[in-house]
Write a protein that binds this ligand. Structure first.
Ligand code: VG1
Ligand code: CO
Length: 543
């Protein structure tokens, strides 16, 4: 068996500034495509000879083939050890933990997250660094640059290894260990949460449904919820990971997890409903008769985290992505904690977490997490909710209502326009950008623009600056409209509009969200000219 050096040519494909490569499967299956990207990653890294690389994915179509390729290339490039999840499975947060726990050099996570899978779906690949978090912009820029100049890649001609059975195999001079994908992660969860209290709650008749959406969290949720916590069998539904997610879209929002939502709003609703996405880093939380927006969930988890043993000492600070509502800011203010506003994407939380400045982070897109790993973590959020419910012994609905009574409510919605023609989407953003300075001081239907800018982030830890992170139009009463282009779509452009209005404590907190935000949604439509420019009369997804 030998190490081969294969000639290749530079490839176009990765979007600069994104933390991985996400493409449709037919694109990924082109000869040398995955190889080019993996080699570009290795070429952008230094000092990994003899070190450990973690590899795992969300089980989607093409996962197994790329894992075998990645193992051969890791060996040919000089890694000493590969840890790979059994069956090729590792959720994104579990991969983050395995990297940290084993002091690995880094990891390759194979996933296109919430994007659909299957032969015509999407595939993706991202690199995580030794802190377990997404590669920083410095690394992703270097990877991107390498994709433009790459001329060869290295690979062994060794046979596929058996991912189904735990154990060790040698691939040239490198050891491959197939590990239990769930065990270390489950231990970590048990160290953070009061499993006895949660177990007692299930025992007393508490009912829950967890929808794994045929994605990666199935095995994790089954072992932890039904196995360790004694939730009745059947609590986890769609628990077997499938290469095409059963034909569904593993995005835990009110459109793609509508069945769960409808159940929780029905007469027969269990106490608690939750779901996670393709790679297990996002969460959807719904109580009986009460949907919890991710922005509110972040605020609620931060306000109650001390009820869980892992956070009993309090939080050091909170961070939220810019488009996430200011609900968490109000909690931080009351608790005397630092609050940070970062650009969209988990990688921006890494420095704050590593420096100990924040304990809990969250994004409006249903990602919440803490310093236990360096990724957002869907099941972690679900377990923290369960811990809080077990201690407070109130319904989700009562806890949410009480939170609004104390802190006020940030009415919040996101409108997505998917698969918009790229030129039209770019032009919309460009034109609005040009108008921003003139908007300040103008009044629209009773809302006066207090500030309008293109969000720039100054990282307080390493001083790096990230520009062009989304257009913000803030109004005098604290309301806000944000417009940005998605970095994760694979077809055309996805435009996201984020709309928020604050209703202080004592106000009406029980209006229907879209109604409560209608005047601001109308302002966003007028300011952007979305209908005329894109021919769309309604968003593709409202969350
Ligand atoms: C989206 C979300 C963002 C999230 C990112 C990756 O990005 O808005 O909050 O961090 O997906 O999530 P964008 O650029 O499409 O808005 V995941 O579950 O794909 O790691
Ligand atoms: Co995800």
């Amino acid at each position: 068996m030998t190490i081969l050096t294969v000639e290749t040519t530079p490839f176009e494909g990765q979007k600069p500034g994104t933390s991985g490569l996400r493409k449709q499967v037919p694109v990924f299956r082109q000869p040398r495509y995955a190889e080019n990207y993996i080699q570009s990653i290795f070429d952008a890294l230094e000092g990994f000879a003899g070190k450990t690389l973690v590899i795992g994915g969300d089980g989607r179509y093409h996962n197994d083939a790329v894992i075998q390729t990645a193992i051969r290339m890791a060996s040919a490039n000089g890694f000493g050890h590969v840890l790979v999840g059994q069956g090729g499975i590792l959720s994104t947060p579990a991969a983050s933990h395995v990297i940290r726990h084993n002091k690995a050099f880094g990891g390759l996570v194979l996933s296109a997250s919430h994007n659909p899978g299957g032969p015509d779906g999407d595939f993706g690949l991202k690199y995580n660094a030794s802190n377990g978090g997404p590669a920083t912009e410095k690394i992703t820029d270097a990877v991107f640059a390498r994709t433009r100049t790459i001329a060869r890649y290295k690979i062994t001609d060794t046979p596929d290894i058996d991912l189904g059975a735990r154990g060790e195999t040698m691939v040239e001079g490198m050891t491959v260990t197939v590990i239990d994908a769930v065990a270390d992660y489950a231990d970590l969860m048990q160290s953070l949460f009061d499993f006895d209290a949660i177990r007692a709650m299930f025992k007393s008749g508490f009912r829950m449904r967890f929808d794994a959406m045929h994605a990666v969290t199935g095995p994790y949720a089954r072992r932890i919820l039904e196995g360790m916590l004694g939730a009745p069998e059947g609590t986890v539904v769609n628990g077997v990971p499938l290469p095409d997610f059963g034909g569904g879209h593993p995005d835990p929002n009110l459109v793609h997890a509508k069945g769960l939502y409808d159940l929780l709003m029905s007469d027969d609703a269990p106490d608690f409903g939750a779901a996670s996405d393709g790679d297990g880093d996002r969460n959807l939380i719904i109580g009986r008769g009460q949907f919890v927006t991710p922005s509110d969930s972040l605020a609620l988890l931060a306000a109650n985290a001390h009820l869980a043993p892992g956070y009993a000492g309090g939080l050091s600070g909170i961070a939220r992505s810019m488009p996430t509502s200011a609900a968490a800011d109000r909690v931080a203010e009351k608790m005397g904690l630092a609050i940070y506003e970062t650009p969209t994407g988990w990688k921006f939380f890494g420095n704050l977490l590593d420096a100990g400045r924040v304990t809990i982070c969250g994004e409006e897109s249903a990602g919440t997490g803490s310093n236990h790993v360096r990724e957002k973590d869907g099941l972690w959020a679900v377990l923290l909710w369960l811990n809080i419910l077990a201690v407070r012994k109130q319904s989700v609905r009562d806890i949410v209502a009480e939170h609004w009574r104390t802190y006020g409510r940030s009415y919040y919605t996101r409108h997505d326009y998917e698969e918009v023609e790229t030129g039209a989407a770019n032009k919309l953003v460009e034109d609005l950008h040009a108008r921003l300075p003139n908007l300040i001081g103008q009044e629209f239907g009773g809302y006066t623009v207090a500030y309008a800018d293109d969000f720039t982030y100054h990282d307080p830890v390493d001083g790096s600056v990230a520009t062009n992170q989304g257009l913000r139009i803030g109004f005098a009463d604290g309301s806000r409209i944000v417009v940005r282009l998605s970095g994760t779509g694979t077809v055309g452009a996805t435009l996201r509009f984020y709309v928020e209005r604050y209703e202080p404590a004592g106000g009406n907190h029980f209006e229907e969200t879209q109604k409560a935000l209608a005047p601001l949604i109308a302002i966003a439509a007028t300011l952007t000219g979305i209908a005329e420019r894109t021919g769309r009369d309604a968003p593709t997804v409202i969350t």
